[in-house]
Design a protein. Structure first.
Length: 94
């Protein structure tokens, strides 16, 4: 008999805030959300979003991806621009 943990499917949105020098929000910048879950066999694109006036970007997580995000978290990547170098951070997970 298989047991399914319904909590693995509860993540519906990923969210990140991008800040520059002195903590100033960076608006209008594209962030890419992904997971490098071993459960998924490697890199798995989740979504991408553009930061708003507060430097925050968020997007809905679709399909079976919430299980991977809950298990191992997610990465968010900023590709950089003329003023800032690229960066990646990790969030979520257990």
């Amino acid at each position: 008999m298989a047991v399914v943990n319904s909590q693995l499917w509860t993540v519906r949105t990923v969210k990140a805030t991008l800040r520059g020098v002195g903590g100033a929000p960076l608006a209008g910048q594209r962030l890419v959300f992904s997971t490098t879950s071993s459960l998924a066999g490697g890199y798995l694109f989740i979504c991408d979003a553009v930061t708003d006036g507060t430097g925050t970007a968020s997007c809905r997580v679709s399909g079976g991806i919430p299980a991977y995000v809950n298990a191992e978290g997610f990465d968010v990547t900023f590709a950089g621009n003329a003023s800032y170098l690229p960066t990646t951070d990790h969030g979520g997970g257990r």
